[in-house]
Design a binder for this molecule. Structure first.
Ligand SMILES: Nc1nc2c(c(=O)[nH]1)N(C=O)[C@@H](CNc1ccc(C(=O)N[C@@H](CCC(=O)O)C(=O)O)cc1)CN2
Ligand SMILES: Nc1ncnc2c1ncn2[C@@H]1O[C@H](COP(=O)(O)OP(=O)(O)OP(=O)(O)O)[C@@H](O)[C@H]1O
Length: 190
């Protein structure tokens, strides 16, 4: 299927999820993450979930990162430019939900993209080759292109992989791993 068809398919699948399914799936994803080889780093970029869109709830991942004393970076999306502005999450960080339902930091200590070592990537769908699609604004493709080439990109999904996204282009940045409630996809060791 192409990106347009996949966006429709997965928006529909998400709408059918119950709050319990999102919660249980998110916990299963959190438990799987412990088994990934990603814990030796310092800077982890995490997205704060859009509850109304039934995204994977990243609260548990935040607790894992804080328990391991990692630097957690969260972002604020600029819909005019398509850029993410990244801030260190601290006890002083004020989080406000914007008009798109995204919880985001008001301001804080800005962290450049080159500092990121692991990025947890939100997605609507992904395929067995590690390609992903989001809501179609290119925020993550732009952000990931600014990160170091060896940044570890970890997709999180409540659904399993599609066989192939047909219309992948040169700007699409592929994932290294994708974690679902059922499995870990390792795209480096295919
Ligand atoms: N939690 C989270 N944060 C994130 C992302 C994400 O996918 N999840 N993004 C990942 O890139 C960026 C935000 N991207 C978004 C893009 C579109 C819409 C949205 O509400 N779109 C409407 C259509 C509105 C319009 O076209 O004007 C929709 O899909 O119904 C929301 C977030 C940055 N932060
Ligand atoms: N590195 C980049 N620099 C500039 N524009 C980009 C870059 N990457 C993607 N774009 C633009 O962003 C738009 C959306 O891209 P695409 O359809 O791949 O989004 P997506 O991956 O679904 O979205 P997202 O990354 O926000 O989850 C396209 O018009 C694309 O040209």
């Amino acid at each position: 299927m192409n990106k347009k068809e996949l966006r429709l398919k997965y928006k529909d699948l998400r709408e059918k999820l119950t709050a319990e399914e999102v919660e249980e799936g998110s916990i299963a994803i959190g438990n799987q993450l412990i088994n990934l080889p990603i814990w030796k780093y310092s800077y982890y970029h995490l997205f704060l979930s859009i509850a109304e869109k039934k995204e994977v709830d990243t609260q548990m991942i935040l607790h894992i990162l804080q328990g391991k004393d990692k630097h957690v970076v969260v972002s604020k999306a600029d819909f005019e430019t398509g850029n993410l502005q990244n801030f260190l999450l601290t006890d002083a960080t004020v989080i406000r939900t914007n008009t798109w339902g995204i919880p985001e930091p008001v301001d804080g200590i800005e962290i450049p993209a080159e500092k990121m070592e692991v990025v947890f990537v939100p997605l609507l769908a992904f395929d067995t080759h590690g390609n992903r699609i989001g809501y179609g604004k290119g925020f993550y493709d732009r952000f990931l292109s600014q990160c170091k080439t060896d940044v570890v990109k970890v997709g999180l999904s409540l659904f399993e992989a599609e066989k192939q996204i047909l219309d992948v282009n040169a700007l699409d940045v592929p994932l290294d791993f994708c974690v679902t409630p059922e499995k870990i996809y390792d795209f480096k060791n295919l």
